[in-house]
Ligand binder design. Structure first.
Ligand code: SAM
Length: 191
């Protein structure tokens, strides 16, 4: 492990002691290739006005994308309190807004170029997830907007989603951003 990774982990361990968030978040961004690829993919888009991530944790993805507005939602108020004290790259726009949001009960408002939901949707029933993907696609995506999600094929996870099922009936194109451990695949569902 690199010295930089060790320092990041030590800093996050201290944050965890203060804010009492789940131990998963101690892992630095550099240990999550899928997150790194999502950042690169989103930063290479032409339209970069509004970005939202649901289930953002410490905001490693949201804090590193270059959009005019960035919103990080999570249902864990503890991790959001810590996310707010971490530095965020803001070459293009305003500071990140973090807020509590509980999928699927909380209503998503606003129009976004990218809506990201990764590394937690394996807890959500396929029929429920599909319903809200359809709803967000119709009501909350800008022209040329996209919803970035992941699927895993690992019986240790509660639900192993299927991208054909999740995108069926939506007038979209599906683009695969990448393949990762645990047969994780990250997709963009594009308008
Ligand atoms: C494993 S972390 C992933 C964080 C980030 N998406 C990433 O990949 O770097 C999952 C996060 O999703 C949040 N989460 C889980 N279920 C959620 C739900 N139903 N609504 C909103 N956030 C949720 C958790 O609190 C946690 O912070």
């Amino acid at each position: 492990m690199s010295i930089r990774n060790l320092i990041t982990k030590a800093q996050r361990k201290v944050l965890q002691l203060v804010y009492r968030f789940d131990g998963w978040h101690v892992s630095p961004l550099s240990e999550r290739p899928y997150a790194f690829d999502i950042i690169t993919y989103c930063n290479n888009r032409k339209e970069r006005n509004n970005f939202v991530e649901i289930g953002c944790g410490l905001g490693d993805i949201t804090r590193n994308v270059d959009y005019i507005t960035r919103t990080g939602y999570d249902n864990d108020a503890k991790v959001l309190r810590a996310a707010k004290v971490l530095p965020s790259k803001t070459p293009k726009g305003k500071p990140v807004k973090f807020d509590v949001f509980n999928f699927p009960e909380s209503g998503l408002t606003g129009t976004y170029d990218v809506i990201t939901m990764v590394n937690w949707i394996h807890h959500i029933e396929p029929v429920v997830l599909k319903k809200y993907i359809e709803q967000y696609f119709k009501n909350n995506l800008a022209d040329n907007g996209e919803i970035v999600i992941d699927t895993v094929q690992d019986k240790a996870y509660r639900y192993n989603h299927n991208i054909e099922f999740l995108s069926a009936g939506i007038e979209c194109t599906v683009y695969k951003i990448g393949d990762y451990a645990r047969q994780r695949e990250v997709f963009a569902i594009k308008k």
